[in-house]
Structure formats: C-alpha cells, structure tokens
Write a protein that binds this ligand. Structure first.
Ligand code: SF4
Length: 339
C-alpha cells in the first residue's frame, strides 16, 4: 500500500512539489508520482520517489479515453492515498477512477470528488502551500533535485565547451527564456557583454531558446570581454540543465522554471520579475537570493504573465536596467574568482 501524488501543472510547479514528496516519503515511504512527460525525468532520480508515471494530457493521453486508460492502470497499484497537488478535474477524475480510497486535495473547484479537503493557504511560498496538503510545517523540506553522475558529466562537458576553465564553478548562468513573452527581460545580451569582461557565462534553455542564446553569446563576444560565453540552449536534457545550473556561481533568470531549478540545486538566484510579483508565491525562497522588479501601477497585470504587454510599453521589464542586475551580481560575490 502506498501513496500517489498527482501533479501535472507547469514544470516549475513540479519542482516546487518536491518538498511535499520528501515530507510524504518520510511519513509513508517513497511515493509514486503522476506528472507530465516533460517533468517526469526530473523526478525519476528524486530520493523520495519510487516510480514516475508520465501522463501526456495534451498528447497521447488526451481526452476521456486517456484518463480512463491511466485510471485503470493506476487501479492495479492499489494505492492507499492520493495527494492532488493540482486543482483540476483531470487529477480529481484520475484518482477517482483509480479507486484510491483516500483522495486528499485543496478545497474548491472539484474538491467534492475528494475524500479530504484542506484549505490552500493564500499567502506564503508555493512550496509551503503545497506542504499544507500533508499538514506539514513550512520550511522543513527544501526543493531538491538529484541529477545522476552521467547528468553531471554532460553538464561539465557543456560548461567546458570552448573553455575548460569554466567548469571550476566560476561562471554565471543566464536563463533568458520564458513561454510568456512579457516575462522576458530584454537586456540579457547587454548583461552578457558586461559579464564577459569579468567571468565566463553559460546560457541555459530549451530548443526554443537556441537563437536567443546565440544572440546573447554574440553580444558577449562583441562587447570587448575575453571571457567565454557558451550557448547550452537545446543541448541538454532538463536534468542535465539542472546539473549545469548547479555548477554556476549564480543564475540570472526571468520568473520561469530555471529559477526553481536553481533553488533545488542550491545555486544563488537573481530573478527578474516583470508582469508578475513574488507575492504570488513563486519567487526565490532562500535567504540571500534576490528578486528584482520595478514599481509600476500596472504591475502585476496577470497571474502568469501575458504573451505581450497589454499596454504596449512593457515598462515592467524595460525599466529594469542592466546596472541594477550587475550590482546584484557584484553584491552576491559571484565575480570573486575573476582574475
Ligand atoms: S501592463 Fe504593466 S505589468 Fe503588464 S506587461 Fe505591461 S508593463 Fe508589464
């Protein structure tokens, strides 16, 4: 008899669910997790996880037939309890079809399909709000990821591409991408030009970020600096990217999944917030990490960040200058190893 956690939200949400997994594993033993195919490899090596079941809710498993098929598969495992981290009809229906006798989720929405409802705290960090699902106190379990030795080797090779000196941990990682256009800070290239005068840098991101990574690396090389810039976008798996971020002196990122990867890998973070704010519960969580944003009446303008600025000026990010970010990097001591 075991526990199942269902979390099929965005990648960052899955990383922020890892404290809940740790708390449940400490209480009941390692848990099984249903999550997205994208996030599944991140959890496969987590010490609190026994098995990951990928649920391709928008692809091969979409629709009612996919829910029924997975529900029948989960039924054979005879789980004792299910924790529903994502308030969705899909998650609630899956646990019901799997005939899991205890179904624990947050109040509201489809919670009439649960057997136990817990209020989701309105305030606090998302990691702590998710821990409330297990009646666990905040701050006990930090977000955690565990890349393999092979992941570490791939990360080291990526960081060394073109400059072996980068693998000593003295590089800055940049994560300039976001699926929400309005969350992208527009000055990563200028930042890279400044950084390349002081320290190596690696751009991390997915296949969609390759061109942006190239542009940033070109700016680094064209800015007169002699330090190496490596574009690792699209070259690594997610776990390898986490391992690479784990080797960086600091990560500079938008309000996007790499922020949470850095938290889980215990790498200092400078997070740049535009249309969203840290009070939503998805900011840096550790003391010493930095969240930067500008005061504007229109901010925040949406919970996720719109695709583009509804007012057209995008001042929430355009008014956040490079100098503020470079000062934060200096203050964190990320350049101390420079020669
Ligand atoms: S409306 Fe304001 S907060 Fe929203 S994207 Fe535009 S500038 Fe940013």
């Amino acid at each position: 008899m075991s526990s199942l956690v269902i979390q099929t939200a965005f990648l960052g949400d899955v990383v922020l669910t890892t404290p809940l997994l740790s708390a449940l594993a400490a209480r009941h033993g390692p848990v099984d997790v249903v999550t997205t195919p994208l996030a599944a490899p991140l959890l496969e090596t987590h010490p609190a996880v026994r098995q990951v079941i990928a649920y391709d809710k928008r692809g091969a498993d979409r629709g009612w037939s996919g829910i029924r098929r997975l529900g029948a598969q989960l039924r054979t495992a005879r789980y004792e309890r299910a924790y529903l981290a994502h308030r969705s009809l899909r998650s609630a229906t899956l646990a019901l079809l799997a005939r899991i006798p205890k179904r624990i989720g947050f109040s509201g929405g489809w919670s009439f399909l649960y057997t136990e409802r817990r209020p989701k705290p309105r305030m606090g960090h998302e990691t702590d709000r998710l821990l409330a699902l297990a009646n666990e106190a905040p701050d006990v379990y930090p977000p955690q990821l565990q890349p393999t030795a092979e992941d570490e080797r791939a990360a080291a090779a990526a960081a060394a591409a073109g400059a072996g000196a980068l693998i000593d941990g003295s590089f800055v990682a940049l994560a300039p991408g976001s699926i929400w256009g309005s969350k992208r800070w527009p000055y990563f290239a200028e930042l890279a030009a400044w950084l390349a005068k002081h320290v190596g840098l690696v751009v991390v991101g997915g296949a969609d970020d390759v061109a942006l990574g190239e542009e940033i690396c070109r700016a680094a090389k064209g800015g007169g600096g002699r330090r190496t810039a490596v574009n690792a976008c699209g070259k690594l798996t997610l776990r390898q990217s986490a391992a690479l971020i784990g080797r960086a002196a600091v990560l500079v990122t938008n309000d996007s999944a790499p922020l949470h990867l850095a938290t889980a890998m215990r790498t200092p973070v400078i997070a740049l917030f535009g249309p969203t704010i840290t009070e939503f519960g998805f900011g840096p969580v550790r003391p010493g990490d930095v969240a930067l944003g500008v005061e504007l009446e229109c901010r925040p303008c949406s919970s996720h960040g719109p695709r583009s600025c509804p007012l057209g000026h995008h001042r929430c990010m355009r008014d956040l200058p490079v100098e503020v970010v470079t000062q934060a990097i200096e203050d964190l001591g990320a350049l101390r190893r420079r020669n």
